[in-house]
Structure formats: structure tokens, C-alpha cells
Design a protein around this ligand. Structure first.
Ligand SMILES: [Zn+2]
Length: 228
């Protein structure tokens, strides 16, 4: 009876890999790197808008003339629609991070459809744009998360490098991790908000942006948004 056990373990392992590994293709294709050989990187920000950090980040990006992608959370968009609208108006890509920020890998089809749909509608109402990208909370997916996002016109996006700015290691460390970790084509994950606390502190990330932009520019990088 060794074989069935091994097969069961292998199947479980595959399912776990699909659910927990953010870039895993097992549950549908995920954009996790820019399809380019150029010296480009993409800055992406999750969990906003946040009333303290997002405006500072937008200010810094505007000064540097850099466009990024925000994966906004629907319930935060409803709370601060003006900030979400400003990000869209200033030419940044607005992606959908769902509505409640509950992990989706053990949720049923109707829950996932509702969460992604509510996030999408919140962005449409505030920003006047329909998101074409989706990023699952923590990257966790089940077999139906990616197809449901796709059915709503959204490509699922992972990331190449998580900076772990959510550890609050200080602006200097956030900048260093980002700059040292960047490679051509990388999609970098930062946070302008907190998925669980609407006013969670992300000002360290905001303070790191000018250094991140200038150091990456010095190293020859350009900033690209995500390919549609
Ligand atoms: Zn998140």
C-alpha cells in the first residue's frame, strides 16, 4: 500500500504548492516577472489606499515621474476614494487586491467571486477605471481563484521579490532590501497599506521611495508598469 500513500502525498504536495506559492502555475498562470530583457523593474504596492502613506508615496513618485501599480483593497478604497482616484488620475495602474483581504485558498467559488467582484466594483466607483490585474492576498490561491479573476478581465499577478517592508525595519533597510534585491525584469512587492488595519503604519515604506527610485536609476534601471 505504499504507492497510493505516496500518490496521495504527492497530490497533497502539489495542491499545497499551488495554494501557497504565489507564482505557482498549478492553479493558473501568474505574471511574476516582466517579459523583457531590458533593465526594467516594476514597483507594486499592496493593501492601500492608506491615508498616511499613500499620498506621500504618490508625491515621491510624481517628483520622480515614475509610474507604478497599486493593488488596492476594496474596503480601503471605499474609505478613502479620493486617494484611490488620485492614484489613477496620476497615471498609475490600479489593480484589484480583493475586498476583505481574507486568504482565498480555502474559500468556496461564490466567496471568491464575491470578494474579487466587490474589489473590482469599489475601484470602478472610486477611480472610474476597471482593473485589469488581480493579486490574491498573500498570493494564496485555489484552483478557481485565477479563472474567476480572468473571467472578470483581470490577469493574476505574483511578484519576483517581496521586500518585507511590513516588518517595519526602517526606511533605510526597506530601501536597501529593494535596491540590493532588484534584478532586471523583477516585479517588486511593497506595501502602501495594511491588509488588516486600515490605518496601519506604512510611512517607513513611503520614506524609502525617494532612495529606492534614485538608487535604482543610478544602477541603470528604468521603471515599467505591468504589461497588459
Ligand atoms: Zn495584501
Amino acid at each position: 500500500m505504499i504507492l497510493p500513500v505516496a500518490a496521495a502525498l504527492a497530490a497533497t504536495g502539489t495542491a499545497a504548492y499551488g495554494a501557497f506559492y504565489r507564482n505557482s502555475p498549478v492553479f493558473g498562470s501568474v505574471l511574476h516577472q516582466l517579459p523583457t530583457a531590458a533593465h526594467d523593474v516594476s514597483l507594486t504596492f499592496d493593501d492601500g489606499p492608506n491615508p498616511y502613506a499613500t499620498p506621500l508615496i504618490l508625491d515621491a513618485l510624481e517628483r520622480a515621474n515614475v509610474k507604478v501599480t497599486f493593488f488596492f483593497l476594496g474596503r480601503h478604497v471605499e474609505r478613502w476614494p479620493d486617494i484611490a482616484r488620485r492614484a489613477a488620475a496620476e497615471g498609475h495602474q490600479i489593480g484589484n487586491h480583493g475586498y476583505f483581504h481574507r486568504k482565498l485558498h480555502f474559500r468556496g467559488i461564490s466567496y471568491v467571486r464575491d470578494d474579487i467582484g466587490r474589489g473590482k466594483r469599489a475601484i470602478e466607483a472610486a477611480c472610474g477605471v476597471t482593473p485589469t490585474f488581480f493579486r490574491a492576498p498573500h498570493g494564496f490561491r485555489s484552483p478557481w481563484v485565477t479563472p474567476i479573476a480572468r473571467s472578470m478581465g483581470q490577469k493574476t499577478v505574483g511578484w519576483s521579490l517581496g521586500v518585507w517592508d511590513t516588518d517595519l525595519p526602517g526606511a533605510e533597510a526597506i530601501a536597501k532590501r529593494t535596491v540590493d534585491g532588484a534584478r532586471p525584469g523583477y516585479i517588486l512587492l511593497l506595501h502602501d497599506g495594511d491588509g488588516y488595519d486600515p490605518v496601519g503604519d506604512r510611512t517607513q515604506t513611503a520614506a524609502a521611495i525617494p532612495t529606492i527610485v534614485s538608487e535604482l536609476h543610478q544602477r541603470g534601471y528604468s521603471f515599467a508598469t505591468l504589461p497588459r
